[in-house]
Design a protein around this ligand. Structure first.
Ligand code: SF4
Ligand code: SF4
Ligand code: SF4
Length: 760
């Protein structure tokens, strides 16, 4: 049922429509109500609308065919106002006198009059000159629709109009139906009744469904000349993209996974990384830290989706370029940075050769990360994808300085990506006792098949709070340790390890001793205990975390093994005399040579994902230096990303994130299977806000008060919004600037920051 109200500015017509909607809402109906006016002053004609339905209301048009019509000022009553009122429709007029009904243009309608102005004036509603009749005439309407007066009273209470209820009650009692038809009313009018032909000579505008119209019904007044700012469709940087160190197009692969499936999404990933299956398992996911959805109900599980894609459609470079004169690039170190560099060089048609000291490629992915986190089939498959592009490999060859100089002479370019070879030692009393070992060495033994040597027993203490510490602790539990204790000098909040890894360690029964600093070991033939000093948290250090201050309070802890996971650094002793690393470029003295550093070796960032981004970037730098026309990957500044404050959270339903599935704790130890089983499906992608990227949601179109945003068929306006081209929606948007006043409502209402106001 549709109700239209005609009033004059100041009479409260929009509020009256709201009162009617509230009354129907109390009766359990769906309602919609809104006004239709702009900057009208007091006295100017305005319209307001209320829709009532048993079901969902999806139509957001103005009411063109009302079932009921309320006229709040008698001077407005005319043929144009009653046009398209349903035959038998209710016409309620605020009038001091009865209106002639029979034989008039009002004959087809139920006509009722009430002197709402006099009643409202008596009750002091409004001023002497501007009487506010809304609450009064609503009372008359309620009577005609046989609403319970008590219900109306409750509505007035809810809306804060209790003091106006007496006037409404008076109108309820005084409203008069035209005598000619009083007897014929037995039910509410409905649209199924035949409509009368409008007595009006006015043409009805050709109204089309809201999202399909291409022709507006504008007035001749070209209000666009008032504008000082112009709305422009844009594509802004999504935080997930800004935060991914590998430079993955996270927003795109997330949405394509949800919309088009794994195969299509794998192609997007393949353009930036050869290691989606690996990162989908072991990346600390800074993209999720930056995700704007954190502000509503939890980050989109981007890492889980990346893995979901790679598990179903392994990523691979789809197109390999051809080069007539390919460049030969030597890469020293076959870890994630070196492999990533090789991937991009080979895909550009060049000839990378990897020199790796271990027997197999993979670097820390193979030697450092336990198989229960990264199954070797996954790693091997991704490495094979790189080699398939035509990468030559020399394994089992550690490097001398002379060999390095030879490479520089024999190749067009050399990339050094030997990772973090330096391990932070712990020099305290007793640290040379047997049973104390670097965690990295322990994981290397375990992962490279020396499992007998990696068997532990009794209590194992792991020192550190990063991912290596978690890997050591959880591996120790799988390899003979009866009890594992992690001692860390700060609190759990400051631990740099991935949150899920810390959670899994807790689940598996690992004990944590926070705010503890090792100050000595004791034992006879081997370590039998550790002395841990309690720490207090002091002022923040350069990392922003509060500095642990070691106290005199020392605790002794008995143990059988200690694994050190205190941090790593680059090992530059590989350099011949005179060589220096200057950012990513290697210099001999002050002269840059054709050698670059990449990954942890150059940056010390310490994550697989940073290493992938660095490998890609350095591959670009090398090619650029060699005169190739390539784009060098630059990480976009995070501050350029769409902030959460721009996202209109109220446009989105709350929904909890989908987390990766894990196998039960009891099943984790016997054969050490992969613990994380990933996401069951890609529905998590639906939670993405699409920050800064238009989704053709039509919100701007619907909210534009001028009705001048229109869908534009493909090929006519796409240049204003690049995302439309990518997503192949088949249409873009066009704003008719002749009538755009520059109010900016489209920008305010866009849920995702994909339209901006620019100075005219
Ligand atoms: S909501 Fe979507 S687009 Fe926005 S940051 Fe998160 S994943 Fe990226
Ligand atoms: S690689 Fe890591 S940071 Fe980048 S999108 Fe994947 S999970 Fe996010
Ligand atoms: S409101 Fe919707 S259609 Fe309009 S720019 Fe924003 S995302 Fe695109």
């Amino acid at each position: 049922m549709e109700i239209r109200l005609h009033g004059r500015g100041g009479q409260g017509g929009v509020t009256c429509a709201k009162i009617l909607a509230s009354a129907y809402a109390r009766l359990g109906k769906s309602v919609q109500t809104f006004g239709d006016y702009a900057s009208e002053r007091s006295g100017a004609p305005i319209r307001a609308y209320t829709r009532v339905s048993d079901g969902e209301i999806t139509n957001r048009n103005k009411v063109y065919h009302p079932d009921h019509l309320l006229v709040l000022h008698p001077s407005l009553l005319g043929a144009d106002v009653i046009q398209r009122l349903a035959n038998g429709g209710m016409l309620v007029v605020n009038s001091p006198t009865a209106i002639s009904h029979e034989g008039s243009i009002f004959a087809p309608f139920h006509l009722a009059t009430v002197d709402a102005t006099a009643i409202a004036r008596r009750h002091g509603i409004g001023t002497r000159s501007v009487v506010i009749v809304n609450t009064t005439i609503a009372g008359a309407y309620a009577k005609l629709l046989e609403m319970d007066l008590k219900l109306l009273e409750q509505v007035y209470l809810d809306l804060g109009f209790s003091s106006n209820f007496a006037a409404a009650k008076e109108a309820y009692e005084q409203v008069k139906l035209s005598p000619a038809i009083v007897d014929s009313i037995d039910s509410a009018p409905s649209k199924s009744q035949k409509r009368v032909v409008s007595p009006s000579t006015l043409e009805e505008p050709g109204v089309r469904p809201l999202v399909e119209h291409t022709d507006g019904a504008h007035t001749g007044l070209k209000t666009g000349t008032w504008r000082t700012q112009t709305p422009v469709y844009v594509q802004n940087l999504a935080p997930c993209n800004a935060w991914c160190p590998a430079g993955n197009d996270a927003i795109e692969f997330v949405q394509v996974a949800g919309r088009d499936g794994a195969e299509a999404a794998a192609q997007i990933l393949g353009a930036t990384t050869p290691f989606a299956g690996t990162c989908g398992r072991v990346c600390p996911a800074p993209c999720m830290e930056g995700c704007n959805r954190v502000e509503l109900d939890g980050a989109v599980n981007i890492r889980g989706l990346e893995r979901w894609i790679a598990d179903r459609a392994p990523v691979a470079m789809v197109h390999k370029k051809h080069q007539d004169h390919p460049k030969r690039i030597a890469i020293v170190g076959g870890g994630p940075a070196g492999l990533s560099a090789a991937y991009f060089l080979a895909s550009q048609g060049h000839r990378p050769e990897i020199y790796e000291g271990e027997a197999e490629l993979g670097g820390v992915l193979r030697t450092g990360i336990p198989t229960y986190r990264l199954p070797r089939e996954v790693l091997d498959q991704e490495i094979q994808g790189i080699l398939n592009l035509g990468v030559k490999v020399h394994c089992g060859e550690f490097f001398s300085k002379a060999k390095l100089q030879e490479l520089v002479q024999n190749f067009d370019g050399v990339i050094l990506s030997t990772g973090l070879q330096w391990l932070r030692p712990l020099v305290i009393p007793g640290s040379d006792l047997t049973g104390i070992e670097q965690g990295i060495h322990y994981l290397h033994k375990l992962n490279m098949g020396q499992t007998a040597d990696a068997q532990l027993s009794g209590t194992v203490v792991v020192l550190g709070g990063g991912n290596t510490a978690m890997d050591c602790a959880r591996s120790a539990l799988r390899n003979g340790a009866e009890k594992v204790i992690v001692a860390y000098r700060r609190t759990e909040q400051e631990m740099p390890a991935i949150r899920e890894e810390i959670h899994a360690a807790h689940e598996e029964g690992i004990e944590f001793h926070f705010l503890r600093q090792p100050v000595g070991f004791f034992g006879e033939s081997g370590v039998s205990g550790i002395q841990l000093a309690e720490c207090d948290l002091g002022e923040p250090d350069e990392s922003g975390r509060r500095r642990p201050v070691v106290s005199e309070r020392v605790q002794k802890l008995e143990c059988n093994h200690v694994l050190l996971a205190l941090g790593q650094g680059s090992e530059l002793s590989i350099f011949p005399t005179g060589w220096e690393l200057n950012e990513e470029r290697i210099h001999d003295g002050s002269i840059p040579i054709n050698a670059w550093g990449s990954g942890d070796f150059a940056t010390g960032d310490g994550t697989v994902t940073h290493a992938i981004g660095s490998g890609r970037r350095v591959a670009g730098l090398v090619l650029k230096e060699l005169g190739e026309d390539v784009e060098v990957f630059e990480r976009p500044p995070r501050e350029n990303a769409v902030p959460a404050s721009v996202v209109r959270m109220d446009h989105f339903d709350r929904s909890e994130p989908s987390f990766d599935r894990s196998i039960a704790v009891a099943e984790r130890f016997e054969t050490s299977p992969e613990v994380n089983q990933g996401l069951a499906d890609a529905s998590e992608a639906d939670r993405c806000f699409s920050c800064g990227h238009c989704t053709n949601c039509d919100t701007c179109l619907v909210f534009c008060p001028e009705g001048i945003i229109r869908r534009q068929p493909e090929g006519t306006g796409l240049e204003t919004c690049p995302v439309h081209q990518q997503a192949d929606y088949g249409y873009s948007y066009d704003i008719d600037l002749t009538y755009c006043k520059g109010c900016g409502i489209c920008v305010t209402e866009c849920p995702r920051g994909a339209i901006e106001m620019k100075a005219r």
